[in-house]
Design a protein around this ligand. Structure first.
Ligand code: ADE
Length: 371
């Protein structure tokens, strides 16, 4: 059983529309509500197609093999699995893998995220509620505050909590046991995790971007579950334009399917996928308007870079964390952007991709010999 924060939400929409009609009419509140409903709808949709076992899970092959061995060994020794940390860009399947581990290990999983564990009693409550062997999944674990981290350390190490009662001179510390559990932490930023917290994970794994043929398989699998007709080339087209990320591929199936129903005969072919994605302003590299705006800004206003992330964030009206966690990883991976000591710089491929001439003196923002 998966018990998550999301499941406790009331009025989970069965489809996007019914809830959208109930929203209050005022602009800003409405925009926020629409966003919340659309996120909730995406989560419901994602859960429907989420693989439930290693057999169904495509990609991350070596990670899967390592996990299978760890699970088998823990089962044979009859001990909880070591605490696990997954890191990597969003949408690559960290939560999905945690769910599969619980399923394969035959235990329940409680899903939460660091921002929901703001007060000491939040983390104490969840740790005390765990049953033996259960998995606790904490998303965005790098955002855990210091107090929550300190509570977590003895729980991870000795399955106990050091609780204090009373004030100043009458303060008493009590050691309270909790059930043995496995913590699975997920983060987009392993570097932002404190050293002591990182050291308490027995297994640390990075999730990789997916290869086009893996994403093509994922698209075909999801389309089948959703009863969407798609051919090989249609699936490949979506795969190639999904930023190497299953979550994006799965969302694009939905958009391409809508397009196929309205403009075609319901089947996603290469041509339909291409038209649907062009319509969404997603280009051949899978870049969207914001990706291109970021690259164009560096090219047009900063001669290709280097430029600091703070400056880019202000100019784009995005926050630094969104740029670092959502946009940059794929731009770096696809060789369009580079991080240098002096800031972000585009590459020659970015100039070419966006149709600009490469300036004669362009040196990718590297320091010259005498700079
Ligand atoms: N849906 C999202 N991620 C997936 C994966 N890795 N394999 C199969 N289906 C998925």
């Amino acid at each position: 059983m998966i018990i998550s924060d999301d499941d406790s939400k009331k009025n989970t929409p069965k489809n996007g529309e019914s809830n959208i009609q109930k929203l209050p009419p005022k602009s800003k509140a409405r925009a926020k509500d629409l966003e919340a409903v659309s996120n909730e709808f995406d989560e419901t949709y994602e859960k429907t197609i989420r693989p439930k076992s290693f057999n169904e899970y495509i990609g991350q092959t070596s990670l899967k093999e390592t996990l299978k061995i760890s699970i088998e060994a823990a089962k044979r020794r009859n001990v909880p699995l070591d605490h696990l940390l997954f890191y990597g860009p969003p949408g690559l399947g960290k939560t999905t893998l945690a769910g599969i581990i619980a399923e394969e290990y035959g235990v329940d999983i409680k899903i939460t995220s660091a921002p929901a564990l703001e007060r000491p009693r939040d983390i104490i409550g969840i740790l005390m509620s765990l049953k033996g062997g259960e998995i606790l999944f904490i998303d965005e674990i790098h955002r855990l505050n210091k107090v929550a981290e300190e509570i977590l350390y003895p729980a991870m190490e000795d399955f106990s909590l050091d609780l204090t009662t009373g004030k100043s001179q009458t303060v008493k510390t009590m050691r309270v046991p909790v059930q043995k559990f496995t913590l699975i932490g997920a983060t987009t930023k392993a570097g932002a995790l404190s050293g002591p917290l990182r050291d308490r994970f027995g297994i640390i794994h990075r999730l990789e971007f997916y290869k086009p043929e893996e994403l093509q398989q994922i698209v075909k699998r999801s389309a089948k579950i959703l009863n969407v007709e798609i051919d090989e080339n249609g699936a490949l087209e979506i795969a190639l334009r999904s930023r190497a990320t299953p979550r994006i591929a799965n969302r694009l199936i939905k958009r391409a399917s809508d397009y196929a129903i309205v403009k075609g005969d319901g089947k996603i072919t290469k041509e339909i996928a291409n038209l649907a994605l062009n319509n969404l302003n997603i280009d051949d590299f899978g870049l969207d308007n914001t990706d291109r705006a970021l690259l164009k800004l560096i090219i047009e206003k900063y001669s290709g870079g280097p430029v600091g992330i703070e400056t880019l964030a202000v100019a784009l009206g995005e926050d630094i964390r969104t740029i670092e966690d959502v946009y940059e990883p794929y731009l770096l991976q696809s060789g369009l952007l580079m991080r240098t000591l002096r800031g972000r710089t585009v590459t020659k491929s970015a100039y070419k991709h966006l149709g600009y001439d490469i300036p004669g003196n362009f040196n990718n923002g590297q320091l010259g010999l005498f700079e």
